[in-house]
Design a protein around this ligand. Structure first.
Ligand SMILES: [Zn+2]
Length: 560
């Protein structure tokens, strides 16, 4: 995520899992190490003349999909500098902001579709195909890493109609689309393929939908293509390893039992040796109509777009009987220890106080979802203001708070301090005093009011920038929202609700909300610092700092 991605993207959580990015390579601006609040470059290679770059991005937005925030990874900007979009479509700001209603549903065979008509400043549309079923659906051992391998093979495997062409998809698809930092990603629960077209011509969209359909059903997995990609996937995973070790250790402490803790998604040990039959069997099992979603976002007529999707995907008949999805592992409260630490020499320096809780099983009405979103954002603003004012002049992102809501299978409230040098003790003590104070006295009316003003200003800016939001990013957010049975809420709608609703809530109600949130999960304190390697008993040392801070803040001591 770029710095524009709002404070919601600045948390120290990293998705460890595979994000493959086909990219028109530019000089890397990624920092070399795994630093909270920044992104990490995890390796690169090339396939068929297309350069690949792999990155791990910051944690995504709140799953609600307030999409304007995710303006990074622009398909247009990331390419060769051709940015004709702003001149290609001249519309006034209001037209660009407004979205038409989302048209979505399922075809009779189970394929989901979603179309979001909108005016942006791009010349083309965003097109996405999502396959439900990532690492969680792999048999482990036996299929470890193969959903990721299939994702790679999509770009190089011949298809039934082009059995001798290793670059069928790219040869036909590339001229119709803009270069992009990414065209495929695989996570613990899904694989996504996505492109931005150069025009809104229906013929182009239809061609790309035809290619997507071939991806869904017609890959041949020719053995030479498979063997090429085995090596690439393993290289990629090796490049990710240092960051992933850090992440795995972190998630084991903060959210034990959650999907990313349980799945061990980085383990791709079956990629080098899995037979083509095994790979194909997994493909047949997962790439099924009821697991597939096609999303179109941009200046399109929804009726026409739906007709195109129906034409390409409506005739798809599954070969085998439906599979039962693997149940999503649940956060294990009983396994959350009060304290954890990491003393990795190449690790990060950060103090974290988190509260992890299960995600809600039902999200309620659109208004309920908007209100929940607004409360989260308001709290983030208020806490960030509090943390920032305690450390005036510190670099942006050094201290902060973040709420991760469902992306990794749990809800997580997290405060952090990315200290420098051997200063973990004062950093942790400050964080502890802050959480104690918030849990007892809460925020003042002035603090809440300031947070509200800041939030409304932020939403105004996001709403004003909506014309620049990328169709393909909106398509991702729409797909996540639909998969999670949530609404995709337009920033303008959220802004409107914020203006009406937030002033009606007084400070004591907001403080009670915060306390409820904090108490509904289990608090966990974590310190990551290479310096802890020199400490005889790091847990005890951390506990001493916490107890002293709690005492000074008149806060109850840490549970034993
Ligand atoms: Zn990859």
């Amino acid at each position: 995520m770029s710095g524009r991605g709002s404070l919601l993207t600045k948390g120290p959580v990293r998705k460890p899992h595979v994000l493959c990015h086909l990219v028109a390579l530019k000089s890397s601006d990624d920092p070399p190490s795994f630093v909270p609040g920044q992104r990490r470059n995890a390796g690169r290679t090339s396939v068929g003349g297309w350069k690949l770059r792999f990155r791990v991005f910051a944690s995504r937005l709140l799953g609600l999909g307030v999409v304007a925030l995710s303006s990074s990874g622009s398909a247009i900007q990331a390419g060769d500098g051709r940015r004709s979009a702003s001149t290609a479509v001249k519309l006034n700001a209001a037209q660009k902001i407004d979205w038409g209603p989302v048209v979505n549903g399922r075809l009779p065979n189970g394929v989901r579709y979603a179309i979001l008509p909108r005016q942006g400043d791009e010349p083309g549309i965003g097109l996405l195909m999502r396959n439900e079923g990532g690492f969680i659906e792999e048999q482990r051992p036996g299929e470890r890493g193969l959903t990721h391998l299939i994702e790679h093979l999509v770009f190089v495997s011949p298809t039934i109609n082009a059995p001798n062409d290793m670059h069928h998809l790219t040869k036909i698809g590339l001229p119709l689309t803009f270069p992009a930092p990414s065209a495929g990603t695989t996570s613990w629960r899904e694989t996504n393929y996505f492109v931005s077209t150069r025009t809104t011509r229906m013929a182009d969209i239809d061609t790309l939908l035809r290619l997507f359909r071939e991806v869904a059903t017609d890959l041949t997995f020719r053995s030479d293509a498979v063997d090429d990609q085995r090596a690439d996937v393993m290289r990629e995973m090796a490049g990710r390893k240092p960051g992933n070790v850090i992440y795995a250790d972190y998630i084991a402490g903060v959210a034990p039992g959650s999907p990313t803790d349980v799945i061990d998604g980085q383990n791709s040990d079956d990629v080098p040796t899995a037979s083509v039959e095994t790979i194909r069997a997994l493909y047949r099992r997962l790439y099924r109509p009821e697991n597939m979603m096609v999303v179109i976002v941009g200046n399109v007529d929804p009726t026409t777009a739906k007709a195109l999707i129906t034409q390409r995907f409506g005739s798809w008949k599954p070969i085998a009987s439906p599979v039962v999805h693997v149940p999503v592992p649940r956060l294990r409260h009983d396994r959350i220890a009060p304290i954890s630490f990491s003393a990795l020499q190449q690790g990060r320096r950060t103090a974290l106080i988190t509260v992890a809780m299960p995600t809600l099983s039902s999200h309620g009405s659109k208004r309920t979802q908007m209100d929940a979103e607004l409360m989260d954002r308001l709290a983030i603003r208020a806490v960030n203001n509090r943390l920032g004012s305690a450390q005036p002049g510190s670099p942006s992102g050094k201290v902060g708070m973040f709420i991760e809501n469902g992306e990794q299978g749990h809800r997580l409230i997290m405060l952090w301090d990315n200290f420098t040098g051997d200063t973990w003790q004062p950093a942790l003590a400050d964080l502890k005093r802050t959480t104690c104070g918030l849990g007892t006295a809460g925020f003042s009316t002035d603090e809440w009011d300031r947070a509200r003003r800041d939030l409304i200003q932020e939403l105004e800016q996001i709403t004003g920038d909506m014309g620049h939001a990328k169709n393909v990013e909106l398509a991702k957010d729409l797909s996540h929202a639909i998969a999670a049975d949530r609404e995709l809420i337009a920033p303008s709608a959220l802004l409107q609700r914020a203006r009406i609703w937030l002033p009606t809530i007084d400070a004591s109600t907001r403080n009670a909300w915060w306390r409820r949130q904090w108490q509904s999960g289990h608090e966990h304190v974590r310190v990551e610092a290479p310096e802890l390697a020199r400490v005889v008993d790091p847990r005890q040392a951390i506990r001493i700092v916490l107890d002293a801070a709690s005492l000074r803040a008149s806060c109850r001591p840490l549970r034993q």
